[in-house]
Design a protein around this ligand. Structure first.
Ligand code: ADP
Ligand code: MG
Length: 226
């Protein structure tokens, strides 16, 4: 599903040049669950953003489902992203002015799904995440664990093949963190490919494979025996 060959990313701001990723080679199979670990600043989020077509690499190849997507314009990246890739972030990134229902509905509006069908799919996603009872609440009326479950509902409502999660349990206590990991594991078992950045060895133990980054390069890859 994901083929990355000799990929590099350099950020340039005025005088400063930061090499965030260097000679990355990474293949992810359909239905695989991969964890990315490594110290702060080693390039994990940069890699996830490139995988999710939020940013382009500076050098190298990125093939998604066999199609080269590494040098697309923003407009074309957005087109592929919609419906194909779901994001979950450490800070939930819900829209404060919108209810739970409206937050989860948003990806379906972007996909021009009709209103009645949207309602059906939003309700199903919220039910699956055990958060139906908060459907008309606003994000700031929810606990962190509840907000993350809404964010996962939003990430999966359009049924994406690829789920990218950047430290999804980073702002949660251990009980809520476990719930989030159970939900991600369930989505993986139902067929979603997942790439997750984490600082937690325990969270990484749910993945099939752990990729360790250091200073912008992959230093080790370890298969988990589940
Ligand atoms: P991690 O997620 O592993 O903590 P990041 O991918 O966020 O690391 O960052 C990797 C490196 O790239 C860091 O040195 C960071 O400062 C730099 N970096 C990330 N994003 C940008 C950006 N938009 N502009 C300039 N430098 C950036
Ligand atoms: Mg990061």
């Amino acid at each position: 599903m994901i083929q990355i060959e000799n990929l590099g990313k350099t950020f340039r701001t005025d005088e400063v040049e930061t090499i965030a990723l260097n000679h990355i080679n990474l293949h992810v199979q359909p239905k695989e669950f991969v964890a990315i670990m490594g110290p702060s600043g080693c390039g994990k989020s940069t890699l996830l953003n490139i995988l999710g077509l939020l940013d382009n690499p500076t050098t190298g190849l990125y093939k998604l489902d066999g199609k080269e997507v590494g040098q697309l314009k923003e407009k074309d990246r957005t087109k592929i992203r919609k419906g194909n890739i779901g994001f979950v972030f450490q800070s939930f990134n819900l829209i404060d002015e919108m209810t739970v229902y409206e937050n989860v509905e948003l990806p379906l509006i972007y996909l021009n799904v009709k209103s009645a069908e949207r309602k059906k799919r939003v309700e199903a996603a919220l039910k699956k995440m055990n958060i139906s009872h908060r459907i008309n609440h606003f994000p700031n009326q929810l606990s962190g664990g509840q907000q993350q479950r809404v964010a996962i509902a939003r990430a999966v409502v359009a049924n994406p093949k690829l789920i990218l999660a950047d430290e999804p349990t980073g702002n949660l206590d251990s009980k809520n963190g476990r719930d989030v990991m159970d939900l991600l594991t369930q989505l993986n078992q139902e067929g979603a490919t997942i790439v997750m950045v984490t600082h937690s060895q325990h969270d990484a133990s749910f993945a099939h494979r752990i990729v360790n980054l250091f200073d912008g390069s992959i230093v080790t890859e370890v298969a988990n025996h589940l």
